[in-house]
Ligand binder design. Structure first.
Ligand SMILES: Cc1cc2nc3c(=O)[nH]c(=O)nc-3n(C[C@H](O)[C@H](O)[C@H](O)COP(=O)(O)OP(=O)(O)OC[C@H]3O[C@@H](n4cnc5c(N)ncnc54)[C@H](O)[C@@H]3O)c2cc1C
Length: 285
């Protein structure tokens, strides 16, 4: 769905509770964890959903509003019971195709520059929820690179802190160009570590083999190291696959899994069956 087609009429106010950089100051990758308290006490959402952020105008080209979506990376309640939601935002830029110049991305820079107490206008929640199977013996295979980790942070927190555990295998493949840029698993913030003692949880890191040369994150390598388990999980009718991140992740994942499965045809059939059965969900942007 195009951003223009999202209904933005139901707007709600929110206030920044905190904003913390979760990548080192000397890294080129600026990712922030931002907590927002939502004014509407009845605001509710499901894991995997996103909120829209409306950047205040004026905007160029007579644009009415500037909307961007962000996955909800977790949540709690304030003392007065208003919902607090977390966003994991990467400060983005783009290169103008016409003059080759680098410009700041409007929404991500707006969000990353916000300070405690600042007001924000939100819309949503939108998009598919990463529905959690009812049977807690189901296996959950999560793959999220970069800020694609956001919905999985919420997912893992929900499973182990709110539901009290999960019997099936919970596997997370997450990645960044370098280890120090790995959101929620680095020196700045290691939220995911709280779950490393959980018997059913395992996380695997995918990094770039040569970050200085912009070589992409080696998702295939991380999956290949666990090829037997990955293929066993994919064939298990109790496995659910969840994928999140920039659109390149779909191709990277397909190529990696074809290698593990050993045949493009078998992989495509397996994936199609899982999609048809509601066991394969993607949040791609
Ligand atoms: C359903 C959905 C969920 C999303 N969840 C998140 C999220 O949890 N965290 C988040 O930071 N962004 C997320 N995004 C992306 C976000 O909506 C914006 O596109 C992004 O912040 C850039 O917006 P901008 O206005 O700053 O710059 P734009 O001018 O819109 O984009 C600048 C450039 O940044 C690239 N880009 C966009 N998002 C990212 C990213 N996350 N990492 C690296 N490069 C990127 C774009 O391809 C473009 O080249 C999500 C998008 C969708 C559709």
């Amino acid at each position: 769905m195009r951003l223009l087609d999202y209904d933005t009429t139901q707007q709600m106010g929110a206030t920044v509770v905190s904003s913390t950089r979760i990548t080192p100051e000397d890294s080129d990758t600026d990712i922030r964890h931002i907590d927002l308290v939502v004014d509407r006490v009845d605001f509710s959402y499901q894991v995997g959903q996103s909120v829209g952020v409306l950047v205040p105008g004026p905007h160029e080209y007579g644009q009415r509003e500037y909307l961007r979506l962000y996955s909800i990376a977790g949540g709690t309640r304030a003392d007065d019971l208003r919902p607090v939601i977390s966003l994991c935002v990467k400060r983005c830029f783009y290169i103008d195709g016409f003059n080759g110049e680098r410009y700041d991305g409007k929404a991500s820079n707006y969000l990353c520059d916000l300070k405690k107490g600042d007001a924000v206008t939100l819309v949503g929640p939108y998009n598919i929820a990463f529905a959690l199977p009812k049977d807690n013996g189901a296996n959950l295979l999560m793959i999220g690179l970069g800020t694609g980790i956001a919905p999985f942070r919420a997912f893992i927190k929900h499973i182990y802190s709110e539901l009290g555990g999960w019997k099936g295998s919970v596997r997370l493949y997450h990645g960044a160009m370098t280890g120090i840029e790995l959101a929620y698993m680095n020196d700045q913030n290691a939220d995911l570590k709280y779950y490393y003692d959980e018997e059913t949880f395992k996380a695997f890191e995918a990094l770039s083999p040569r970050a200085h040369f912009n070589v992409p994150v080696d998702l295939a390598g991380a999956l290949a190291q666990n090829a037997d388990e990955v293929w066993t999980l994919l064939q298990d009718p109790k496995t659910y696959v969840y994928v999140a991140g920039l659109k390149q992740i779909s191709k990277q994942l397909d190529e990696a899994l074809v290698k593990i499965v050993g045949s493009a045809e078998t992989y495509e059939q397996q994936k199609k069956m899982m999609i048809d059965q509601g066991r394969w969900a993607e949040l791609i942007y």
